[in-house]
Design a protein around this ligand. Structure first.
Ligand code: SAH
Length: 353
């Protein structure tokens, strides 16, 4: 093993900051041996902070209308082969009710950037959930909005916000997005969310078109400096009705290595084992947990709309009722000797403040 690789791994195991070159060296040496070593260490570190508890988040995909045209995404506005839907206020609340009965204490409202959901409408929805479920966390994932809008939603009772940065390399960002979108604005949004006091999640796709090891290292450096509460990563998976239809998917191996690295970089991080990971491999989510993840996000959307929230091809769990999803997830976790935790699962870092 080269000395730089040994030094980089040692730094990671000691949870000390790495340079971009050091991250790159690790990423370029992704072998079965390295993955299992880092996974073992990551698993250990995660157990010290979280035991064998896995947090669950109920994902409500409440609209697939989107004004944006991200080149990788199946719900981009120029995809005309998609039937669009948005859930009503009552439908969203009924998803929460069902979720609450099933043991969820975090609701994640995710959607495309749908102009129908003005601040006024979103504030109404968030306030209603806050009032009905005072013991639950509310996570929003609505894309880019103004700081005032983020503030209004926070004041209405939202606790957390997921906004993947997608890539920390400006030129790469510009390759993945139309000219109407800006890297600077996305990064400004993330900073604003943190300033307001949200628990913030950023993240990126693994193996997105044009991505190099150096770019992944830049993502890790960004995360190291930004210190989010959560990081969502999953493999890029092509969607047939996008300009990236013929691009290869990201790999299970790269995603697993990155999950272990993230766990070691920030031991208390909330790190989901994502649906995309479960889509590229039947045991992807279990492998993600074993590599260091500690969150799963079963779907709470009504079955009637699930197929339409098609960010990528062959997405799993689009035919099952919510009760089946949670049962399946619970079994999967038990099979690998983990246990689903029925609580909000806040970031442990909040207690330190
Ligand atoms: N409009 C919201 C939610 C976007 S969908 C927002 O802007 O944050 C959630 C995430 O799915 C995206 O951030 C992106 O990283 C991921 N995603 C989109 N298309 C994908 C694809 N083809 N393969 C894998 N992940 C994808």
């Amino acid at each position: 093993m080269s000395t730089t690789l040994t030094i980089s791994i040692d730094k990671l195991l000691n949870h000390t900051p790495l340079t971009g070159e050091e991250f790159t060296v690790i990423l370029k040496n992704n072998s079965e041996e390295l993955r299992s070593r880092l996974a073992e260490e990551a698993d250990q570190v995660r157990r010290e902070h979280f035991g064998n508890r896995i947090f669950i988040r109920g994902l409500i995909e409440f609209t697939n209308y989107c004004k944006n045209d991200c080149l990788y995404c199946g719900i981009r506005c120029s995809n005309r082969n998609l039937e669009r839907y948005r859930l009503s206020y009552d439908e969203i609340l009924s998803c929460c009710q069902q979720g609450y009965e099933l043991g969820f204490r975090t609701f994640v409202l995710q959607g495309g950037e749908d102009l129908y959901f003005t601040d006024e409408r979103m504030v109404d929805i968030v306030s209603a959930i806050r009032e009905k479920y005072p013991d639950c966390a509310i996570t929003l994932s609505l894309g880019e909005r103004s700081k005032d809008s983020y503030q209004a939603l926070f004041d209405a009772g939202a606790d957390r916000y997921l906004l993947r940065h997608e890539t920390a390399t400006r030129t790469h960002y510009e390759m993945l997005h139309p000219a109407s979108m800006s890297y600077t604005n996305r990064m400004d949004c993330l900073r604003a969310l943190k300033e307001i006091g949200y628990q913030v999640g950023c993240g990126f796709m693994v193996g997105s078109p044009g991505q190099t090891r150096e770019m992944l290292a830049a993502d890790l450096l960004f995360i190291q400096n930004f210190r989010p509460h959560m990081v969502g990563i999953g493999p890029f998976i092509s969607h047939k009705d996008t300009p990236f239809a013929d691009r290869p998917d990201g790999t299970l191996e790269d995603t697993l290595l990155l999950l272990s690295i993230l766990r070691l970089m920030q031991p208390t991080l909330l790190l989901p084992s994502t649906t995309a990971l479960g889509t590229i491999s039947p045991t992807g989510r279990e492998q993600g947990i074993l590599a260091g993840a500690n969150v799963v996000m079963p779907n709470l959307s009504p079955v009637s709309v699930r197929k339409q929230y098609a960010l990528y091809d062959n997405k799993i769990c689009t035919g099952d009722e919510s009760a089946q999803c949670i049962q399946c997830m619970s079994n999967r976790m038990e099979n690998i000797h983990f246990k689903i935790a029925i609580d909000r699962g806040d970031s442990p870092d909040l207690k330190l403040r």
